[in-house]
Design a protein. Structure first.
Length: 130
């Protein structure tokens, strides 16, 4: 819980609710403070903790949260979005690649036991994320 609170404090947290239920979230920051050596250009935006309740998967909610994140990154002044996820999450990496994200390197966070693939996307101002 402490880690989640820390992450939420580093950006804008957007929540998706259905009635009284929380069904999705994403946290956005632009520019994103990159750790030294991280394989992305200075000034990029990022998002993390993009999550969708398993009961809402396949409804397009993830795509809508992704589009929101990209729109907010662009509105905050960044023309690129960078993310990273476990290199072993092949399906998730494929999902991002189908939406225009390209691998630009790898990264190992000190708090994980896996290597992450770093993905970058050029954002088009005024256009919904695709």
């Amino acid at each position: 819980m402490q880690d989640t609170a820390y992450r939420l404090g580093r950006g804008e947290c957007w929540l998706a609710v259905r009635g009284p239920e929380l069904v999705g979230s994403v946290t956005v920051a632009a520019p994103y403070l990159l750790p030294e050596g991280y394989p992305a250009p200075v000034g990029v935006g990022s998002f993390w903790q993009l999550a969708v309740d398993p009961q809402c998967r396949g409804t397009g909610l993830g795509q809508r949260l992704l589009a929101l994140a990209e729109e907010r990154i662009a509105a905050l002044g960044s023309s690129q979005a960078v993310i990273d996820t476990s290199a072993e999450a092949v399906d998730l990496v494929g999902w991002y690649r189908r939406r225009g994200y390209a691998p630009v390197g790898s990264w190992r966070w000190g708090v994980t036991n896996y290597e992450s693939v770093v993905l970058l996307k050029e954002l088009t101002p005024g256009r919904r994320g695709r």
